[in-house]
Design a protein around this ligand. Sequence first.
Ligand SMILES: [Cu+2]
Length: 125
Amino acid sequence: MKKWILFAASLCLVAVIAACGSNNAKTENTSSGVSEPNTAAPEVVIKAKSWEFEEAEYKIKAGEAVNLTLESTDGVHGIEISKTDVKIGNNKTQTVTLEAGEYEISCNVPCGNGHRNMKTKLIVS
Ligand SMILES: [Cu+2]
């Protein structure tokens, strides 16, 4: 429980810092992308198998909470999203809120021969 309070507090801090630094383009990626669990948010399922993701790209809305679920249908995988702190474990869900842009989703679990090529795109707009 305490962890969540700390986490929420740090999110608030990031929001304050982001608001203050909005004139400075370099600070805009300080937000982690990870937000508090929100079961009301729409869900996007990213299916993974050895060694590829089901879709060549995934699309979500900018600035809105989305539940990203990683579903592995073959093998054990995990994902991380470039330019963010978002990491999602095998068959886990994470609520994320991202700024518009193009991100790369890649597998972060060494899962065998094709691991290094296990990437897909996330379009946030
Ligand atoms: Cu992998």
